[in-house]
Write a protein that binds this ligand. Structure first.
Ligand SMILES: [Zn+2]
Length: 509
């Protein structure tokens, strides 16, 4: 048991005035005090505390140290709870900046079948996500949801909308399209496959218009060298990085390979990292660092390729997998990412090796000074919203990062990728009041972040604990367990409407 300095704040709790009320989920109080919190900040530094954190006007107004040294100096005077002040007692809990999902898709349908947008938004909040970067969805709807979230009329994370660029056929139409997206109110642009001449002018126009660029490279004529030359903000996933380090310039595909056959595409992607020359790869990573190209690897979204059974039987499917998403996950050549026909132990073995090389490259990239972000790309390939990002954090740990750095990837680093590092991703005075209160120490066990919790032993007794208890976005507290009860009811209702049993364990066919 780790007692640390938490105890010293306990005696002081008695001094708080009687005016306090406990926080109400979904209602922004005039002032919110989070008491006695152990803090993990988003800047790669270790846990410290306890602190009282005062939130006012959507900002972090004060972060007050209560440790014995601060108190000894006469600092650490505790804020009083006046009328209208709500409180959250974080004694024994950890407070982090709200998590940022750098690779998300706003989805209110899958393959044309509707799915309430609240389903995704509520799971995100319950998983501690206070900001998402949307990299491709229905742009007009996404912009409306972004604005409603900013006004506080929609219970949702903050949103930054990066519409998919499409494939303009000539340089003039590419420039015009960038300006059109800017005029619509886009925050950035997502590229997914593009020819080099078009990429060059669109990036130039995007820079002139203050739009950041996220690039899912794909197997295309462009690769990471083009991102380095043209000034891409972040490379999504990983394609384009090993490709830039293949001595012959193209992977040794079998002659029957067809990129538009997704089974071919994902099977041979599992052979890609082994073809990257390590010395050339090192040069690619050095150049990405030098030109400030960040990397959002989305390890979680390929995990089914290395362990299909694990992906298909995730425990949260039982209560929380919406039937629309369940249907979409089933193998179907018409659904992107649902490619598991004849997936073999040989495929999984190649993919396991692929992950080892890939994870080492991401580690090397950060060691060289690169910015690694975290995103989940959920809504595809058996990844559920929210849970996918938490799994992503575990995979960053598996890649060899200290959990302190893992938290930084999903907070401070993601804020930097968004260009919001002076507003988001920190537990710091003056920053936006996006915070999470966690039951347990995520530096010891990232699994405590899952809303489904963890089993533990406390004082000799088996207990079920963990989860993000409160997600505070823009000063509005949301109670995680309440949100998940609402999600569970939403899923049960949708299943009943489709004639399924409400509590059926959802194992895709
Ligand atoms: Zn995506």
């Amino acid at each position: 048991m780790h007692v640390r300095a938490i105890g010293c704040g306990l005696a002081l709790l008695a001094t708080t005035a009687a005016a306090q009320t406990t926080a109400v989920s979904g209602t922004r109080p005039a002032r919110l005090i989070i008491r006695n919190a152990t803090v993990v900040d988003g800047n790669g530094t270790p846990a410290k505390g306890p602190f009282d954190i005062v939130v006012q006007g959507g900002k972090i107004a004060q972060v007050i140290a209560l440790d014995p040294v601060a108190l000894g100096r006469g600092a650490g005077r505790r804020p009083r709870a006046e009328a209208g002040t709500a409180e959250i007692d974080a004694t024994g809990k950890y407070v982090l900046p709200g998590l940022i999902n750098a690779h998300a898709h706003l989805q209110d349908e899958r393959a044309g079948v509707s799915q309430p947008i609240d389903y995704e938004l509520k799971i995100w909040l319950a998983c501690g996500i206070t900001t998402i970067r949307d990299v491709g969805s229905d742009t007009r709807k996404a912009l409306a949801w972004r604005d409603a979230s900013a006004k506080g009329t929609l219970a949702a994370p903050r949103m930054f909308i990066y519409p998919q660029f499409g494939r303009p056929t000539n340089p003039d139409s590419a420039r015009a399209h960038v300006r059109e997206l800017k005029a619509m109110g886009a925050d950035g642009i997502k590229l997914l496959g593009i020819d080099r001449d078009i990429m060059q002018v669109m990036e130039d126009e995007a820079h002139k218009n203050g739009l950041r660029v996220a690039h899912h490279v794909g197997v295309e004529e462009t690769n990471a060298w083009d991102d380095i030359h043209f000034g891409t903000t972040s490379i999504e996933h990983w394609y384009g990085i090993p490709d830039a380090a293949i001595p012959d310039g193209v992977q040794s595909f079998p002659s029957y390979y067809n990129y538009n056959n997704e089974t071919d595409r994902f099977r041979w992607a599992g052979h890609l990292w082994r073809e990257a020359d390590p010395a050339r790869l090192s040069m690619v990573l050095d150049s990405m660092v030098a030109r400030h190209v960040a990397w959002v690897p989305t390890f979680d979204i390929y995990e089914a390729s290395r362990d299909l059974q694990r992906a298909r039987t995730q425990p949260w499917f039982t209560d929380y997998l919406h039937p629309t998403l369940e249907e979409y996950f089933r193998p179907d050549p018409a659904n992107h990412g649902s490619y598991f026909f004849g997936w073999t132990s040989t495929d999984e073995t190649y993919w396991k090796e692929n992950y080892r090389i890939w994870m080492n490259a991401v580690r090397e990239f950060e060691r060289k000074g690169g910015v690694v972000g975290a995103g989940d790309d959920a809504g595809f390939i058996y990844e559920m919203y929210g849970f996918g990002l938490l799994r992503e954090l575990e995979l960053h740990q598996e890649a060899g990062f200290n959990t302190i750095k893992v938290i930084e990837h999903a907070t401070g680093n993601n804020a930097r990728i968004l260009g919001k590092e002076t507003e988001l991703g920190r537990v710091r005075q003056g920053f936006d009041a996006d915070l999470i209160v966690v039951n347990g120490n995520p530096l010891e066990n990232l699994k405590v972040l899952y809303p489904t919790g963890v089993d533990d032993i406390k004082d000799g007794k088996a207990v079920h604990t963990g989860g993000v208890e409160w997600t505070i976005k823009d000063g509005i507290p949301y109670h995680g367990p309440t949100l998940m009860r609402e999600v569970k009811a939403m899923v049960a209702k949708a299943r009943a409407e489709r004639g399924q049993k409400a509590d059926k364990a959802s194992v895709p066919r």
